[in-house]
Design a protein around this ligand. Structure first.
Ligand SMILES: [Zn+2]
Length: 184
């Protein structure tokens, strides 16, 4: 079945064209790296990233410290960037918990004009390479969290629409798919 990559619309209410371009570039990069399931989750993060603004930045002897805030949220987060090894750490610790860079780090990547996600932020088990490897067969399980529900729902609808379109071209396909669905 034909696979389509939908480039999300990153135009926020504050629509900065440079931010939009950077986010689209990051999306194009991650779609080549992450598995489809992780890409769907990560896309949620990218969609929110245009709301991140860097409040301040300070260079120390070992790293650069950024303070970021999000529009309409009265708090801030601290991110450190070790330029030598491209190590990012955010005070929200989402990367450490979920293995996917948080929206704050993505906001800083955009500010740094990065168009690829550094290796240090890409967990091996979420990548297409890992999926191809028979020894690393990680699968998602359990209830889908609210944060991912909308985009996963939309992706499933897309696939269903595609299936309907494809299966209604020939009698053979139509009856085959119809029988499969009835047997489910
Ligand atoms: Zn964070």
């Amino acid at each position: 079945m034909r696979k389509r990559v939908v480039v999300a619309d990153y135009k926020s209410a504050y629509g900065d064209p440079v931010v939009k371009i950077r986010l689209e570039e990051l999306e194009r990069f991650v779609v080549t790296v992450y598995t489809r399931e992780v890409f769907v989750l990560f896309r949620e993060v990218l969609l929110l990233a245009s709301n991140v603004r860097v409040v301040s930045s300070k260079k120390t002897s070992t790293c650069t410290l950024f303070e970021v805030a999000m529009y309409c949220q009265g708090r801030s987060w601290n991110i450190s960037w070790g330029e030598m090894d491209d190590e990012f750490r955010c005070s929200c610790l989402r990367m450490e918990s979920f293995g996917i860079p948080c929206v704050h780090i993505i906001g800083v990547l955009v500010r740094l004009n990065m168009i690829v996600i550094p290796d240090s932020l890409i967990l091996g088990r979420w990548t297409k390479k890992a999926k191809q490897s028979p020894i690393n067969n990680y699968v998602f399980s359990g209830e889908i969290p609210d944060a991912a529900y909308m985009s996963m729902h939309a992706a499933m609808l897309d696939d269903c629409r595609e299936l309907v379109k494809l299966s209604c071209s020939y009698f053979e396909d139509y009856f085959e798919v119809k029988t499969k669905i009835a047997n489910e």
